[in-house]
Design a protein. Structure first.
Length: 80
């Protein structure tokens, strides 16, 4: 996962500059919150609720977390 961000960041910097890299990396960090929530829910619920229910709730939680992250980025995430 960090390797992906560094490669994308390097190419973005090369083609579009430092402001674009800040935006890309801020998006990667915000997206990683949903990634973490997904696997946290899976690990907590898979033994209790089974595979299908755990994945359904994890997907729902990740979507909600991504929506919250996007809202916060749009509200407070000015990059200059």
């Amino acid at each position: 996962f960090p390797l992906f961000a560094s490669i994308v960041g390097a190419f973005t910097h090369s083609f579009q500059g430092s402001i674009a890299v800040r935006r890309v990396l801020r998006g990667v960090i915000a997206g990683s919150l949903a990634f973490a929530v997904f696997f946290l829910i899976i690990s907590a619920l898979i033994a209790i609720m089974g595979i299908a229910a755990a994945f359904a709730l994890a997907i729902l939680a990740a979507i909600v977390m991504q929506a919250i992250s996007l809202w916060l980025l749009r509200r407070y995430g000015t990059v200059t």
